[in-house]
Design a protein. Structure first.
Length: 111
């Protein structure tokens, strides 16, 4: 069954003139892997903000409006990623939604 599905997807890629996956170009294969790393590490960059808000219970100087817009943008981008079935983007924006929600709620509680 898997082989048949793989063949079907291969035919779709040829018919739609998409690049083969995995790409024969080593640089593009590297980028394909790097985007997963960025999708995981990017949201982790906001952990210091979470620690400041939730452990120190200080939200001064942190804009709730800005984080609300980040949250709304992440939700829209997640819908985009799901619509286009882009797994790296789905991972990244799902993570950002969790992080942005934690920060936004912390701002509302501790400001």
């Amino acid at each position: 069954m898997v082989a048949a599905t793989h063949h079907l997807h291969k035919r779709k890629r040829i018919y739609k003139k998409k690049e083969p996956f995995p790409n024969p170009n080593p640089w593009k294969r590297f980028l394909d892997k790097l985007v997963y790393v960025v999708g995981i590490v990017g949201p982790l960059s906001a952990i210091p903000q979470i620690l400041k808000i939730w452990i120190e219970k200080v939200a001064t100087g942190v804009s709730s409006i800005t984080w609300a817009f980040y949250l709304m943008g992440s939700i829209i981008m997640l819908f985009y990623a799901i619509t286009h079935k882009e797994k790296p983007l789905i991972i990244m924006y799902s993570s950002w939604i969790i992080i942005n929600t934690i920060i936004f709620i912390g701002i509302l509680i501790y400001s």
